[in-house]
Design a protein around this ligand. Structure first.
Ligand SMILES: [Zn+2]
Length: 314
């Protein structure tokens, strides 16, 4: 269903659509579908999956907030192509300048669309630790994603490093609309950032919130659980997960993730206490969660390994 409006508007594009509907790629400039989740706030829902030529890296959520004077983008998808689709979706709704692109953390499915917005007029904003994390992984991320996406879908993709580092809490004024950025301690990664729209009480959680898609641990399971416990106490009218529906109720939305992380943390701690090895732990810990998550087979063992490495020194 992506890009339906734009395709319908162009007879040439209809031919393109017919030719490609059963095979591969999206039209490079086709706007992404976006949902209006609150006044002036739009979210595109990525599909649950791994990077592939077919999805062009459209596997996480991204969105934007429209103020009186400017637009702020929050995450840009997993390729320049998806970033261009997001930009096209913005231009269907408003011609106000895009002054900020905010990345919720360093993972490729959230930052690889940045190149589509890198026109010299847009500032790239992220947690102060993101530049270091992304810089250290840049070569590997680019090599892996070029291979997984293939030439067509990866075309134009390059890493755009953040220019505006956020420490603690910082605001951006969009005109009759203030958004509040908060840089968190290590949880999903060591550079997680949330974005709150004060007008509507909407919070972009990035990958601190997964729904449907199994959570992935690239930071600290203990830190993540501690952060969730704190964030639960904060009010929000709705939240936008990094993976899952465009908007969800808070704090109900975080319950399954909390349950999963608690099961892995407690299971791994018990395995370590009883002298089990990592591979023994991986055979048993958290398997009750199997049917609750998409991509469980792809990520669960890695999560147990990450938790084991973290908890064995405690
Ligand atoms: Zn992530």
């Amino acid at each position: 269903m992506r890009g339906t409006l734009a395709l319908a508007a162009s007879p040439l594009a209809l031919g393109y659509s017919a030719l490609t509907s059963s095979s591969t790629a999206r039209a490079a400039d086709a706007p992404l579908d976006v949902a209006a989740v609150a006044p002036g706030i739009y979210v595109h829902q990525g599909r649950h999956g791994l990077f592939s030529p077919e999805n062009a890296g459209d596997i996480s959520n991204c969105g934007f907030i429209v103020g009186r004077d400017a637009v702020a983008v929050i995450d840009t998808g997993g390729s320049a192509m998806i970033g261009m689709g997001l930009k096209a979706a913005i231009r269907q709704i408003t011609d106000r300048p895009i002054r900020h692109v905010i990345n919720t953390h360093m993972h490729p499915d959230h930052v690889f669309g940045n190149a589509a917005f890198d026109d010299g007029n847009t500032a790239f904003v992220a947690h102060h630790k993101m530049a270091r994390g992304l810089g250290a992984r840049a070569e590997r991320y680019q090599a892996i994603n070029a291979k997984l996406l293939g030439e067509n879908a990866f075309s134009g993709t390059r890493i755009v490093m953040p220019q505006v580092p956020v420490t603690g809490s910082q605001t951006i004024e969009l005109g009759e609309r203030t958004i509040v950025l908060e840089a968190h301690k290590t949880a999903h990664t060591d550079n997680d950032l949330t974005v709150r729209d004060a007008v509507t009480g909407t919070v972009f959680m990035g990958d601190l919130l997964f729904s449907g898609h199994i959570p992935t641990i690239d930071g600290s399971i203990r830190g993540w659980l501690a952060l969730v416990a704190r964030l639960r106490e904060e009010k929000a009218d709705r939240v936008v997960p990094g993976h899952g529906p465009p908007a969800m109720p808070w704090p109900d939305a975080i319950a399954p993730l909390t349950r999963y992380l608690t099961a892995v943390s407690a299971g791994v701690a018990a395995a370590i206490k009883s002298g089990k090895t990592l591979s023994e732990a991986a055979e048993t810990v958290g398997l009750d969660e199997k049917d609750a998550w998409v991509l469980f087979e792809e990520y669960h063992r890695r999560n147990v390994s990450a938790a084991f490495a973290e908890l064995e020194w405690e």
